[in-house]
Design a binder for this molecule. Structure first.
Ligand code: ZN
Length: 106
């Protein structure tokens, strides 16, 4: 059984590329049993659609709408962390690599 951390990591990875069968099954199993991760994964899906729409509508008309866009990936990752924080409820100080970049202005 995957941990919640593993599961959410896989869920976000699945947005970037197809997961290996084993990971996919593990993730699905976890989502069946864990409503928290189910919510996170649903949010991720919605977020990805939103990003795609934004990219398709907006400034990057020459680029293919995709979450492989570094900025979009950054946002997804940020959202994942936020969702995880909310889910855990406790303010854990185990932030690994929360880079403070100046990526505002949209
Ligand atoms: Zn979980």
């Amino acid at each position: 059984m995957l941990s919640c951390k593993e599961a959410t990591r896989l869920a976000s990875e699945a947005l970037d590329r197809p997961l290996p069968l084993r990971s996919r099954l593990g993730l699905r199993m976890h989502l069946l049993m864990c409503s928290g991760c189910r919510a996170v994964s649903r949010q991720l899906g919605a977020l990805q659609q939103l990003l795609r729409l934004r990219l398709a509508n907006g400034q990057d008309s020459h680029a293919a709408p995709s979450v492989s866009d570094p900025l979009a990936r950054d946002r997804v990752r940020e959202a994942v962390h936020k969702a995880l924080d909310q889910k855990d409820g406790s303010a854990s100080g185990s932030g690994s690599g929360g880079g403070g970049g100046g990526t505002d202005g949209l």
